[in-house]
Design a protein around this ligand. Structure first.
Ligand SMILES: O=C(O)CCC(=O)C(=O)O
Ligand SMILES: [Fe+2]
Length: 336
């Protein structure tokens, strides 16, 4: 299709080189993530509010992931951001690859992985990485741009609220996310997963952790997201109108103790991936709560597992590793 990136031709040699017998199956058992009804946070009943917060904290410790209902983002806005996303990707590939999307950075669009040397390093998807800077005056009449803004404002408020609940639970102060997480470094990632009929099974997004405090994901009902639970992969069952939240690397750095025996109950940035569907395309939109580049990320506990680093240093290291290795190495680079 003229809209889709030329995956088949660009990655033919990697596809041909894969032997189906040597590939572990990517289909895994489906699970229900911890489901949290967030409406309880706004009740007068203090016990119900506390229970809701405890559930958020224990899901973050046990799974690193949870699913939210009654999260406050209107269903109508979720439908609108979905339609916007479909429209944005239904543009000719040449246009997406060579023309700037509205006022966003010229390198917002990406597809595949130019550094992949094996199919296991290849993400069979296209994406727009867009900053959450508010809509400039010149774009105010653009309904696509305004919907992205409206969605960003709502999801960003939710993400900050969750981050504060988690930080408060760990007793390390909870109100700094508003100051440190700026709209220039928080970003949205619009994901479009193309169908892939390869018999060897292909990733829509290769296994990774998120370089953020936390991520809020709105996905359609196709499914394909999988996460590491203990030693095995499990698939997330999508729930219409819900949001998936996961803990990112930065929460892990700030709040993890060095001694693993004591670290029960703390939050882990959990490995996750998307498996390509053989027939159906899939859309999702992820919001990443990130600090400004100057922010120093360091443990608020002693002894620390990771050395202190600035968010800029972390982003640059991740980019360098992806270029050199084909994948993100992440926090392992920063052990003390
Ligand atoms: O699309 C999904 O389900 C996951 C997306 C994701 O993990 C990401 O954008 O970092
Ligand atoms: Fe992710």
């Amino acid at each position: 299709m003229e809209f889709d990136p030329p995956f088949d031709s660009a990655y033919k040699s990697l596809l041909d080189a894969m032997d189906p017998k040597g590939c572990p199956a990517l289909e895994v058992e489906q699970c229900g993530l911890p489901l949290i009804d967030l409406a309880r946070l706004d009740l007068d009943d203090a016990a119900a509010r506390e229970k809701c917060k405890r559930e958020i904290a224990s899901a973050s410790a046990e799974w690193g992931f949870f699913q939210l209902v009654n999260h406050g983002l209107p269903g109508e806005l979720l439908e609108r951001i979905h339609r916007v996303q479909v429209d944005v990707f239904r543009q000719p590939f040449e246009k997406k690859a060579h023309e700037r999307l509205m006022d966003y950075s010229p390198d917002s669009y990406r597809w595949g992985n130019p550094c992949a040397t094996s199919l296991r390093q290849l993400s069979w998807s296209e994406a727009y990485h867009i900053s959450t800077i508010p809509c400039p005056e010149a774009e105010k009449a653009n309904t696509i741009r305004c919907t992205i803004d409206e969605y960003t404002t709502a999801v960003s408020r939710l993400a900050r609220r969750l981050a504060e609940i988690l930080a408060e639970h760990l007793g390390c102060g909870g109100s700094h996310f508003d100051e440190s997480c700026t709209s220039s470094t928080c970003y949205l990632r619009l994901n479009h997963y193309l169908p892939c009929a390869s018999p060897v099974g292909v990733f829509g997004l290769i296994p990774h952790t998120d370089s953020a405090f936390l991520t809020v994901l709105y996905q359609d009902e196709v499914g394909g997201l999988q996460l590491m639970k203990g030693e095995r992969w499990v698939a997330v069952k999508p729930i219409r109108g819900s949001l998936v939240v996961n803990i990112g690397d930065l929460f892990e750095v700030v709040y993890t103790l060095c001694c693993t025996a004591l670290s029960n109950g703390e939050f882990k940035s959990v490995l996750h991936r998307v498996v390509a569907n053989p027939e159906v395309e899939r859309f999702s939109v992820a919001y990443f709560l990130c600090p400004s580049y100057e922010t120093v990320i360091e443990s608020c506990r002693e002894p620390a597992v990771y050395r202190a680093f600035s968010f800029r240093e972390y982003r640059l290291q991740v980019q360098e590793d992806v270029k050199a290795e084909g994948y993100k190495i992440g926090l392992r680079r920063f052990f003390t």
